[in-house]
Write a protein that binds this ligand. Structure first.
Ligand code: PSV
Ligand code: MN
Length: 387
């Protein structure tokens, strides 16, 4: 691939970082506090702006409501602009109230369903104020025991709530429906897989799209197949990138399986879906429980960029030739050649050409930002899950 085509594809790349990744997080056993962690959404945005300044490709921050609740969302949006970033997807939260013990929009109690749907509608109001395009929906809804509730009725209740929220969306707004195999529900989950999410989105209409959270599958699932299928049908709206060894581990994307990330990004390149006009939101959804947060987020952004660079290097013409000849080994070799290329020098050159430091993690450590936030952010309460 010619240098200019390669550079221009990389220049088009946008990765959204999640506000909650800057805050304290942990497992159900322990949340480890870290020095310098933001105390409010403004400080999370300041950190996200640092990640963008150093990587050049992370210009938006996803918010989570209620974790990022503020009195004035327009003011928050203005602050983000002043910092050089913009507010991205609004993530709803119908999983942390006692009322949701038996589900949110699928709860057998109509009053709880009403409360949950009202929260989703409130998130669309917030999108109006922030100028966000995407409402991201993840439901923890499901059951733990056979017979606990009627599986089919729960689908009806889900469809009804989704329809009400869909009808409230503005012309330029979208609904992104995320699926997850299990957890916290352990027997049935109401949106457990891409097929269920796809079926609901299809029924709703063009403003409803599926989100692939890479950590939300059974081990061994071929995620690139899901990417190819949804892209072909125009129903892939976004990614929540992270990596997993066992369940929904929320570790840094590309840490557990860089080859899988490459295969996913190859389908994106193959489907001409890298550029922002393709409408795919490439988001991170991670928690940095034991590693320092800002460098981990920079590392994650760079991991996606590296996988993308390798995917761009696949010689697609040569690949198509050998695929059509049925030459299995040659076809596999074309793909592996790209994956095995060390793209780090190419990316360092690209960053230098863009006026960035070739090594954004080292630049962060040199910047003195960590010392500054560690000193300045004394007092107050560090942000966290609010659980
Ligand atoms: C659920 O596990 C999820 O992936 C959803 O995207 C949530 O919004 C996010 O995690 C944060 O809890
Ligand atoms: Mn997610």
């Amino acid at each position: 691939m010619a240098d200019e085509t390669f550079h221009s594809a990389l220049r088009d790349q946008r990765i959204e970082t999640p506000s909650w990744a800057y805050a304290n997080s942990g497992t159900r056993f322990k949340v480890f506090a870290q020095p310098g962690v933001p105390r409010d959404p403004y400080e999370k945005i300041a950190d996200a702006a640092v990640v963008h300044r150093l990587t050049g490709i992370a210009p938006t921050v996803a918010l989570h409501i209620p974790w990022d609740r503020v009195d004035n969302y327009a003011a928050l949006s203005t602050y983000a602009t002043e910092q050089g970033v913009a507010l991205g997807a609004i993530n709803s939260n119908v999983f942390q109230d006692d009322d949701y013990k038996l589900g949110s929009v699928t709860n057998p109690d109509p009053a709880v369903r009403r409360k949950a749907t009202d929260h989703l509608l409130e998130c669309v109001d917030i999108m109006d104020a922030t100028g966000s395009r995407d409402l991201k929906l993840w439901f923890s809804d499901g059951t733990n025991y056979p017979g606990q509730d009627d599986i089919r009725s729960r689908q009806d209740r889900l469809a009804e709530a989704l329809r009400e929220v869909y009808d409230r969306l503005g012309d330029d707004q979208r609904m992104l429906l995320e699926y997850k195999l299990f957890e916290p529900a352990l027997y049935t989950t109401d949106v457990p897989d891409w097929g269920t999410a796809y079926a609901h989105c299809l029924e709703l209409g063009p403003k409803a799209q599926v989100v692939i959270d890479t950590g939300h599958h059974a081990p061994g699932t071929n995620i690139e197949f899901i990417v190819a299928f949804l892209l072909r049908r125009g129903k892939l709206g976004a990614f929540d990138f992270n990596s997993r060894f066992y369940a929904d581990d929320d570790l840094m994307v590309g840490a557990a399986d860089p080859f899988q990330l490459f295969r996913i990004m190859y389908e994106i390149v193959r489907g001409d879906a890298l550029k922002p006009e393709a409408g795919i939101a490439f988001m991170l959804d991670q928690c940095h429980n034991i590693e320092t947060k800002i460098p981990a987020i920079i590392r994650s952004v760079l991991n996606v960029q590296e996988a993308t660079a390798k995917a761009l290097l696949v010689d697609r013409e040569a690949l198509a030739d050998v695929q059509n000849q049925g030459d299995v080994l040659a076809a596999n070799a074309v793909l592996m050649d790209a994956f095995n290329t060390d793209v780090r020098p190419l990316l360092a050159d690209f960053r230098a050409a863009e006026g960035l430091d070739p090594d954004p993690v080292a630049a962060y450590h040199r910047s003195g930002y960590f010392d500054k936030i560690r000193t300045e952010r004394a007092g107050g309460v560090q942000a966290g899950w609010g659980a």
